[in-house]
Ligand binder design. Structure first.
Ligand SMILES: [Mg+2]
Length: 107
């Protein structure tokens, strides 16, 4: 596989961890984004005060950072299983259209 652009991250870590370990990492990152979303929701942030010293902008930034962590780990899985950058673009387009169609059907 040609190593360029976004798949360089996956290539660098390949061999250092198994697919199951990467799956565990994805679960960990999913938990982190969930925690960030809960903290960023105003009701939780004001009542729980677990991270009330952070501004809403900083809490929203944390959500974006954790969402990117999830994406990077998911991309690692995608490339480990033979995905290419071209396939990534095609699949994102295809799946987006599929999800949009489903959203329209549900509304
Ligand atoms: Mg994280």
């Amino acid at each position: 596989m040609e190593v360029t652009g976004i798949n360089v991250i996956s290539h660098r870590f390949r061999g250092k961890s198994s697919t199951l370990e990467i799956l565990a990492k994805l679960t960990e990152e999913t938990g982190e984004v969930a925690q960030a979303v809960l903290l960023a929701s105003s009701a939780i942030n004001k009542s729980a005060s677990g991270d009330a010293t952070k501004s809403q902008a900083n809490l929203d930034h944390d959500v974006r950072e954790e969402a990117v962590d999830v994406m990077l780990v998911a991309l690692d899985l995608f490339f480990r299983h033979g995905g290419t950058e071209a396939q990534l673009g095609d699949l994102v387009f295809y799946k987006s259209k599929k999800w949009l169609k489903k959203l329209k059907e549900d509304s």
